[in-house]
Design a protein around this ligand. Sequence first.
Ligand code: CP
Ligand code: NVA
Length: 320
Amino acid sequence: MRDTSAAPKISRNFLTVLDFEPSDLERCLALAAQVKADRSLGRQAPTAHALEGRHIAMLFEKASLRTRSTFEIAIRELGGNVIALQSDVALGQREPVADVARNLERWVDGVVIRTFKQEMLEAFAAAAPRLHVINALSDETHPCQALADMLTLTEQLGTLRGRTLAYVGDGNNVAVSLAHAAAMLGVHVHIASPEGYQIPHSAVQQATSVARFGARLRLFTDAADAVAGADAIYTDTWTSMGQEAEADVRRPVFEPYQVNDALMSLARPGALFMHCLPAHRGEEVTSEVFESTASVVFDQAENRLHCQKALLVMLVAEAR
Ligand code: CP
Ligand code: NVA
């Protein structure tokens, strides 16, 4: 078990990137790089017993490959026990959200939740102050994804201060958390979205208020303008989970926002292509770009594991 006596106090929960101070984010990324390097040590790794005797429940109300798999593996590799709750728990339907939270609080140390409304996560956390609640994606934010994205960018670019990250597409959960994390690390963020699909004004204000080292957040409607001089271009699905009924309306609106070779050529030479996955080839990204040497999408996916391990160590193992 690590010596955690000197660990600084951090937020009990991770519902948004804003639960982290910039120093927490930097420490999480450094720890993630360390656990990544240590992974080959297996049970000899310094964090292999960090969650020994601890239980973490997982509750997914939406589909998942990456988040579910990487949290399960992370918990096991930290020596903890995973409880995979089924969606028939039916948060707020079979019994009130607060009652589910107050039951789980009696049995487990933490809960990883993927759900619809961010407010549900907040209500859950408020009802069970002894639990560590981790947001595995909500309609509004996807903070664990942003951790992996920042680790991937750091691996690829070295120092992030003064770099430019262009996000092209829907101003969704992924875009919001990306803007929060990037601004905190001194990355300029350009977001190009169609009118009516830009990130919420509140998220712009939040990102601006946590921005450091002169990082600026700029919104665009023209994808070409947003990617000029960018070190990386990021996109995500045009239709997020829960919005399936809007897919036919959205497709033509987002067509000018496809990340293709022509758009990539307007960014900085050697610019990276990023995507949280799952990707829809021929929609938000072409096969050519997805499969190109610029694409770091599977590094992002791998880094989900290392970042979530670091997050669990900081939130749960080091908690006093
Ligand atoms: N990127 C991501 O969160 O993937 P999943 O939806 O498969 O978990
Ligand atoms: N914006 C997407 C991300 C999936 C990981 C969604 O919410 O469906």
